[in-house]
Design a protein around this ligand. Sequence first.
Ligand code: GRF
Length: 194
Amino acid sequence: MTSARVSTAVLISGRGSNMQALVEAATDPLFPASIDLVIANRPDAEGLAFAQAHGIKTALVEHKDFADRQAFDGALLAELLAHHIEFICLAGFMRVLTPDFVACWAGRIINIHPSLLPDFKGLDTHARALAAKVSEHGCSVHHVIAGLDEGKVIMQARVPVMQDDTPATLAARVLREEHRIYPLALAEVVREMD
Ligand code: GRF
């Protein structure tokens, strides 16, 4: 017996390389989620072109068109419902979602963050890791709750910090691990939802 794959949307704001990793993983018919929608909050999000080229539906919900976060999140919700989406992956999505929106998707919304949470929540994680002289850095896939970068961690990957690292070289090392673990974490979470 085969079970239906979990219909998943990826929300992006820019490059979309993690979205790309999820799309590529989901080309395997045995992957338990299908990537059916990519939503961007900026028209210049580079990832939109990749999604369109791969036949994935895209939607643009520009935060600047809405008076406040509630209205923006309401428009996001309308897109998600219109496409019968069951699960959300945030992938470089640079908007803070309202507690109401997050509560509505509890257990069905995850994010990737470029640090070993709970260390270095927020922005500029690679520069802050170098400034703190940590010997290891990495990335975390976590459930999304109202508190920023505070949801339960699902999966992490560690990388060494080299003496001559710059934020860019460290970011590149971490990003390779992001692309490896995000599909694994998504598969793990949706399998547990059955
Ligand atoms: C990634 O480092 C992700 O962890 C962070 O923002 C970056 C997005 O990169 N949240 P991309 O758009 O997936 O290429």
